[in-house]
Design a protein around this ligand. Structure first.
Ligand code: FMN
Length: 220
């Protein structure tokens, strides 16, 4: 599976098989996470074999089942655009995980922060987690706002690469599927901004990663 296929195939999965991550998948995720940490300055961690983080009222309310492995997105606020970086690098990991046959779900609310096993050093904080494992199914496609609500360029006038990027952005996961982002064409480049609201900076990083991977063009 290519990254572009992974963008299309990925949907949030909340119910997992009772099966630990294969050794190869675990090693590949660990190696990707350490690359992402080096590039970003974040302290992303893979935690396996922990049933507690998703054993809470909120997690059951959120219909999570058999989550034993998760990726904790941790960073220090002294890092510029820390939340956006969590979104960007987290989505890179999510799409690679999809290519390895794993399923995922971004989770900022319906898990137990106090039971999460992530290590926080100095002024670091836990931004959110990503549940990871072998899904009971592949999830389903979310509803998207139309082009006109998400970008300034009328659809018939979009360059091909921009249209591909927009489709990738529309397929990106956002908190509560809120899609509070806006894409503009500035000269020959795309600029994506976050609207005001809950977790929109984290969403922005996720959307930027999808846009860039789908279009092959870096965003401003
Ligand atoms: C930053 C962020 C936080 C999220 N938090 C939660 C959560 O706490 N609980 C949950 O069940 N889903 C959560 N989600 C999953 C979204 O509801 C889901 O991505 C969105 O509805 C789009 O669906 P899709 O991921 O299947 O494309 C979160 C997603 C993002 C991006």
């Amino acid at each position: 599976m290519t990254i572009k296929e992974a963008i299309r195939e990925r949907h949030s999965v909340r119910q997992y098989q009772d099966r630990p991550l294969d050794e190869d998948a675990r090693a590949a995720l660990e190696s990707l996470i350490s690359k992402c940490d080096q590039e970003s300055g974040l302290h992303i961690q893979l935690i396996c074999g922990d049933p507690d983080c998703f054993d809470s009222f909120m997690a059951h309310y959120g219909k999570f089942k058999n989550v034993r492995s998760y990726i904790a997105l941790v960073g220090s606020d002294s890092l510029i655009d820390m939340e956006e970086k969590c979104g960007y690098f987290g989505q890179r990991i999510v799409l690679e995980a999809q290519c390895m046959g794993l399923n995922t779900c971004w989770v900022a609310g319906t898990f137990s922060r106090s039971k999460c096993k992530a290590e926080l050093s100095g002024d670091e904080r836990l931004v959110c987690v990503i549940a990871v494992g072998y899904g009971e199914d592949q999830g389903s496609r979310h509803r998207s706002k139309p082009f006109g609500k998400l970008c300034s360029v009328p659809e018939p006038e979009m360059p091909g690469w921009f249209r591909s990027g927009m489709i990738g952005a529309m397929m990106a996961p956002t908190a509560l599927n809120q899609q509070k982002f806006f894409v503009e064409l500035v000269g020959d480049e795309a600029m994506i901004t976050a609207k005001k609201g809950f977790l929109t900076k984290l969403d922005l990083g996720i959307v930027k990663y999808n846009f860039e991977a789908a279009s092959g063009h870096k965003c401003l």
